[in-house]
Write a protein that binds this ligand. Structure first.
Ligand SMILES: [Zn+2]
Length: 338
């Protein structure tokens, strides 16, 4: 049986309301780590299901649902970057190449036959593209071409947390649906039920994305590195940026940059409003540090972090990048003696 996350009821109802008047393309957007993809998959499955439940969720018992769950439904295609396919043992090692993080034009071209066939089950054929922002310019143009000449009963579902990175011409052809980010209470309660320690702070550090918070908690991912990072940035005057970059060099860049962004958000926030969002347990330190730096300096540094985040996935210069952002962090305090 399929379930929705407690914060998805409203978005699901809107989605389910489209069942009888489906567009050619649907864009499901919202923050990262809140279950958009699962909701999109549930919707696709329920459109193909022979006997959807009153809630609109798929029955999980009919033939169609069985095919779908085995990944072999003839009327459904999932298109995602190779890096997201579970093919750890296949191809990758033989060729020595890392699986791609992009959706290639070949993946879109491979849909041509599918798009032109009529549905096996006489209903809809569905293409789910996730995450849609990982299409490169060629694949995006190929999708656009298909959307410009829509085929009857062929539904494209695009899932993204970065709609601003999609071609405006694609956006204009999609019906958009926003998946809400859960409130602090709902998100924390859900994490608590799953046995996550300190659910409030885990949720805040994930940027209020419960699935991401749960993933980090379960994997213990980065916990050690993050505590090293936090204990260093609390004392910028004693911080050895190069040694720290060295210690962090195997950490996920997104995690490190994310943590610095939240720390700086709190520095700015405590300065301007006296409140903090992500690190309430470090309120005193944040207050002390922020007292001696200007909001302008912080803003400049936050811009630098934004750029680093965009580039954070180039493994070749990862350590250099850590060095650069940590040295800059050190510098913003250098005149304050903090
Ligand atoms: Zn079913």
């Amino acid at each position: 049986m399929k379930n929705l996350y407690p914060w998805q009821q409203e978005s699901w109802q809107s989605l389910n309301g489209l069942r009888t008047r489906l567009p050619n393309a649907l864009l499901i957007k919202g923050a990262k780590g809140i279950g958009k993809q699962e909701m999109a998959v549930n919707f696709a499955q329920s459109l193909l299901c022979d006997a959807p439940l009153a809630s609109g969720l798929p029955c999980c018992e009919c033939d169609s649902c069985h095919w779908f769950e085995q990944g072999s439904h003839p009327d459904f295609r999932l298109v995602q970057p190779d890096a997201l396919n579970d093919t750890e043992e296949s191809g990758e090692k033989e060729s020595g190449k890392k699986p791609s993080r992009e959706i290639s034009v070949d993946q879109i071209r491979a849909l041509a036959n599918f798009a032109n066939m009529s549905a096996h089950q006489g209903g809809y054929r569905i293409v789910l593209i996730h995450p849609a922002e990982s299409m490169n310019i060629n694949s995006a143009n190929a999708v656009l071409k298909t959307l410009e000449e829509p085929t009857e009963k062929l539904l494209f579902i695009l899932v993204t947390h970065k709609p601003q990175q999609l071609l405006p011409t694609i956006l204009s052809r999609c019906l958009s649906l926003i998946v809400n980010t859960p409130s602090r209470e709902v998100g924390a309660a859900w994490l608590k039920q799953r046995g996550v320690e300190n659910p409030e702070s885990a949720l805040a550090q994930s940027g209020f994305a419960p699935l991401l918070a749960l993933h980090w908690a379960e994997e213990g991912e980065g916990t050690e590195e993050l505590s090293v990072l936090l204990s260093s940035i609390r004392h910028p005057s004693q911080m050895d940026a190069l040694a720290l970059a060295d210690k962090l060099q195997r950490s996920a860049p997104a995690l490190v940059v994310h943590c610095l962004q939240q720390w700086c958000y709190d520095l700015a926030s405590v300065k301007i409003t006296g409140q903090v969002r992500y690190f309430p347990e470090h309120m005193d330190v944040l207050k002390k540090l922020s007292a001696n730096i200007s909001a302008m300096t912080l803003l400049r540094y936050q811009k630098e972090l934004q750029i680093a985040k965009r580039e954070a996935f180039h493994p070749l210069n990862q350590k250099l990048q850590f060095e650069s952002i940590l040295l800059s962090y050190r510098l913003i305090f250098s005149s304050s003696g903090a």
